[in-house]
Design a protein around this ligand. Sequence first.
Ligand code: ZN
Length: 124
Amino acid sequence: MDKDFHRTFTKCPCCGGEDRFMEKLGEELKAKGMAREEWNFHLDIKQGVVIDSAMANSIPIGSEVPGYGFMTDICMDCGCIYAIDLLRNDAKSRIDLTSPMPNRGQRRRDAREQSKLFHPFSRS
Ligand SMILES: [Zn+2]
C-alpha cells in the first residue's frame, strides 16, 4: 500500500445513493447557524496505529508503524454504513515505557507531534 494512501467515497457502494444521514443532520445545524460552514458531521471517526500489543514494548523508538484514519456515514436510501474517507497515517514509535519520564521540553515536543499525528482529517 502507498504511504500516502488516501481515498474518499461519495456514493454508497451498495445502491449508489449520495445522501448520507449524519451529513444531512449536520447540514441542518449549519442552516440554523449553529455550526461552522467547514465543519462536517459523521457517524464515526477512528484513528490509530496497527500494533501487536505483545510486541509493542520491543519496537525501537523511531520506528515507523502503519497508522490509519477513517470516517463513516449511513446511506439514507438503503441503510448501508460505509467509509467515506480512508487515510493511511503512519506514526513513529516514540514511547519507551522502560525509560525515565522525559523532561518538560521533550514532553512539549511530544505533545506537538502527537497533536499532528492524531488529527488525520484536519487539512492544513
Ligand atoms: Zn445505499
